[in-house]
Design a protein around this ligand. Sequence first.
Ligand code: MG
Length: 158
Amino acid sequence: MLRIGHGYDVHRLVEGRRLILGGVEVPHTLGLLGHSDADVLTHAVMDALLGAAGLGDIGRHFPDTDPAYAGADSLKLLDHVVELLGARGWQVGNVDATILAQRPKLAPYLEQMRENLAARMKAALEQVNVKATTEEKLGFTGAEEGIAAHAVCLLERV
Ligand code: MG
């Protein structure tokens, strides 16, 4: 059995926060604002996985009103999502994700993000793809007000 899922997330860029994407701390003058570490890429991936399994979204599993998730490492939340899927017999077939950011240049960090996500999803590297694009200075990502991420996934159950 196969299921597809889609995830989308946005976080605001602010001063005084770290920029964490796919578990990688990217050097930048701004970081993402959020209750957790605001790892927008990992959040989009988790929402794609939960969506494919019919399990709602991360807001339902990790409410931002719960102090337990303040400053949370989103890769640890991903571990929890993968456990939920595994308990229902789902394995990751593949994940493809795109980060939308005007700055900084993310190319040097994409491979590490891919490795982090693949490891946490118990998937091979070739099953995971992470890419980045600008939106040509258009909209909120172009104005560097925030960073967005999209993800799609395929889940497999034997
Ligand atoms: Mg989020």
